[in-house]
Design a protein around this ligand. Sequence first.
Ligand SMILES: Nc1ncnc2c1ncn2[C@@H]1O[C@H](COP(=O)(O)OP(=O)(O)OP(=O)(O)O)[C@@H](O)[C@H]1O
Ligand SMILES: [Mg+2]
Ligand SMILES: [Zn+2]
Length: 406
Amino acid sequence: MLASIPSASLLGVEGHPIDVEVHVGAGLPGVTVVGLPDTSCRESRDRAKAAFGSVGHRWPPQKVTVNLAPSGMRKNGGALDLAMAVGVLVASGGLPADAVAGLGFLGQLGLDGAIRRFPGVVPLVDAMQTTGVVVPTECAREAALVGRHVVRPVAHLQELLAALRGDEPWPVPPDPLPRSDRRHELDLADVRGHPVARLALEVAAAGAHHLLLVGPPGSGKTMLARRLVGLLPDLDQAGALEATRAHSAAGVALPADGLVRRPPLRAPHHSASLVSLVGGGTSLLRPGEASLAHAGVLFLDELAEFKADALDALRQPLEEGVVRVSRARAAVSYPARFLLVGAMNPCPCGEGRSGACRCSDGARARYARRLSGPLLDRFDLRLDVARPDAGDLLSGARGESSADVA
Ligand SMILES: Nc1ncnc2c1ncn2[C@@H]1O[C@H](COP(=O)(O)OP(=O)(O)OP(=O)(O)O)[C@@H](O)[C@H]1O
Ligand SMILES: [Mg+2]
Ligand SMILES: [Zn+2]
């Protein structure tokens, strides 16, 4: 018998609808998965098989063929387990086909039959064209953000079967969490003095200008840069969904209410690889820091210490607002429109000013070469940050707060 179960697979930060077609019929017992599955899809097969045992169901002792349609696209099995298990149940006569009508299935299976969360809930649910979507209970709130489906949360395969057979009612979705407006962001009020730097932050925030801070150690570059994001306004609904999609696809923890409403601040360490910075990777095409910073701030502290190839790779997103990654079977683009903030010392010893600087000419020249001109050209504003006056630091007067400035 044949069953076709709607599900979805992630390509970059976008979900694509997939039909999991399952045929159970005569032939040597075994499972074949076709339709460009990646290795994680084969694991789906093994997990589905093990989970069957846990709910007291016999895996059909027949030839099981799973086809993932459309066949042209490389599939990632992150959320396909559940559709595969349900498909085998329907195709082997364990569930009537009308029990699953109008439903799509997204979920990873544990060997014990537990239905577990997977990366990319928002984009995957968004790709589903069914009225109802069955998701792991842990993901139900995220799934509800899309707002177009009846969300059916389940925690275990047993629970799912009971609901599909009509033995038990569907579990009730959890209440949406109250929207948390509290800003956890650092406040400009902590910064003493630095009137010029404050103005520069304001200008950068208002005009979306990339900002480079140059100054000696301890002058407050890191402190100032981390406070820029607090001056940006809340994201609009479209921006919030885009940012949430990128976070969701990368498997990064979302805020309590599930939606990224504040512009994100990402500050990757200077040892970050090209892939972690711009995204990509061999099998799973994941978004990188540049996309996680979409609609927010990408802060590169100690800019001169970053790997040259990683910095070079940022030039494309800086120009186009997207990262494009292509592989033999797939080309994806991730949104990556961010405000770039860099911080660096003026020279290797950090002092910069003639007289104070202890660097050799050679060392200074090597340092300058570390940053390719084209990247430096991307900064619209360059701010020389001097150590604040001892007087300002000691005065105890707090500066104007971020809320007042924004
Ligand atoms: N204007 C300021 N107001 C209050 N505290 C300050 C100010 N400037 C510096 N500080 C204090 O000095 C510390 C060092 O500042 P910060 O780390 O921002 O300097 P930096 O310029 O990034 O230095 P480095 O080049 O070593 O990274 C901060 O933790 C902060 O407590
Ligand atoms: Mg610093
Ligand atoms: Zn120096």
